[in-house]
Design a binder for this molecule. Structure first.
Ligand code: NAD
Ligand code: MG
Length: 390
């Protein structure tokens, strides 16, 4: 039996994770579930999975959950605040941690899990984009495993040989696929009229709001290029993006002899989640298999830089000074929030990101504290750009 903590259990990845766990109760027990403030759903999850701990970052929400659990006669203990997230991620009773919080808020608990040598399943790409080299060094020192849950990175990981030390030598390039999101064919001249409702309506995947907006701007792919750089150790010029609107080929590895190895499947996050949970074994995921007889076509196209200007910020940040990827992430979190709350237009998300990345910031990247301070500074810079635009 492996004991698991699911950070962000009430989100899209979190609920998919519990769906897979529910299929394999002979292999896993849940140690802790965490959420920001969704009391109803976390309560239901506690009833179903009976974790030892439930953590809510919101104090009032935690109190409400505690009262409801007590009234229902459940023994799950409740904690609140950001430090409780770290506690349940590094607790010695835990074997596996699913990092499914959205944004840089997930960095401290993910880093704690890595330092404690847990098997860390990472959906929370922002944590790695902010943590960068420190994150990867912490995984190494902790001695645990880091398994990507992002579908593209799971696909790449599945397409690479087991011998990690051979990757840089054997691989020519990594090709990340991207769906192109909801605005792949919309006239860019009308991008300023895009509403939050239109931006979060992804054609292929049902996901949280933030990643849905990121998919619409293709900043999601920019974050994923950065994520791929840190996970697989390839330089930025050997990372490519191709648009593949059907989301069947989840990403590819091209070797020096030009052979391409890819992973395919239906668009269902339970597949990479099941892979991460069972690695190196394979267990059922609940996903529907691909049916080649009904697959009409697989198409590929080059991303248009004029339509998706944010994509190239990935390479700009990777080639920039240390801390650039953390600054870009912070700017984007501020920009997406400003867009979702009606303060800036869709097309201004890129303005906030590009201006913040290009601003005169400085900071260290060698400790968690330094990175969090840089994150705060970058949010302030981005906030100033938002204030000017709105
Ligand atoms: P979501 O918004 O649906 O869920 C986020 C979860 O984190 C919720 O449980 C929420 O309560 C919690 N949370 C939010 N803010 C928090 C904070 N400040 N502190 C603590 N907890 C907080 O998001 P999602 O779509 O499940 O995405 C989660 C992560 O996985 C993101 O980093 C996203 O990029 C990545 N990801 C998601 C998908 C997908 O299909 N949804 C695919 C690949 C990668
Ligand atoms: Mg992805």
């Amino acid at each position: 039996m492996k004991r698991i903590t699911v950070l962000g259990s009430t989100g899209s990845i979190g609920t998919n994770t519990l769906d897979v766990l529910g299929r394999h109760t002979d292999r896993f027990t849940v140690f802790a579930l965490t959420a920001a403030k969704q009391v109803d759903l976390l309560f239901k999850q506690c009833v179903a999975f009976k974790p030892q701990w439930a953590v809510m970052t919101d104090i009032a929400a935690a109190q409400e959950l505690k009262d409801r659990l007590q009234a229902a006669g459940l023994t799950t203990q409740v904690a609140s605040g950001a430090s409780a997230l770290v506690d349940v991620a590094q607790d010695e009773a835990v074997d596996v941690v699913m990092g499914a919080i959205v944004g840089a808020a997930g960095l401290p608990p993910c880093l704690a899990a890595a330092a404690a040598g847990k098997q860390l399943l990472l959906a929370n790409k922002e944590a790695l984009v902010v943590g960068g080299d420190l994150f990867m060094a912490t995984v190494q020192e902790g001695g645990g495993a880091l398994l990507p849950i992002d579908s593209e990175h799971s696909a790449i990981f599945q397409s690479l040989p087991d011998d990690r030390s051979s990757w840089a030598r054997r691989v020519d390039k990594i090709i990340l696929t991207a769906s192109g999101g909801p605005f792949r064919t919309r006239d860019p001249a009308t991008f300023q009229d895009i509403t939050p409702e239109q931006a979060v309506a992804h054609p292929n995947w049902v996901m949280g709001q933030k990643i849905s907006v990121d998919s619409a701007t293709m900043m999601n792919k920019a974050l994923e290029v950065i994520e791929a750089h840190y996970l697989f150790g390839l330089p930025p010029e050997r990372l490519e993006v191709v648009i593949h609107p059907q989301s069947i080929v989840h990403s590819m590895v091209q070797y020096h002899d030009t052979s391409i190895v890819a992973q395919l499947g239906t668009a269902d996050m339970r597949v990479p989640i099941a892979y991460g949970l069972s690695y190196p074994e394979r267990v059922t995921s609940g996903a529907t298999p691909l049916n080649f007889e009904t697959l009409s076509q697989l198409t590929f196209e080059r991303p248009d830089p004029a339509r998706f200007p944010g994509l190239q910020l990935a390479w700009a940040a990777l080639k920039g000074r240390p801390g650039s990827t953390a600054v870009l992430n912070a700017a984007n979190e501020i920009a997406v929030d400003a867009f979702l709350t009606g303060r800036i237009r869709f097309d201004q998300i890129h303005v906030v990101n590009a201006e913040t990345l290009g601003a005169n910031w400085s900071g260290q990247t060698d400790t968690l504290e330094a990175l969090l301070a840089l994150d705060v500074d970058a949010r302030q810079l981005a906030g100033a750009v938002v204030a000017r635009l709105s």
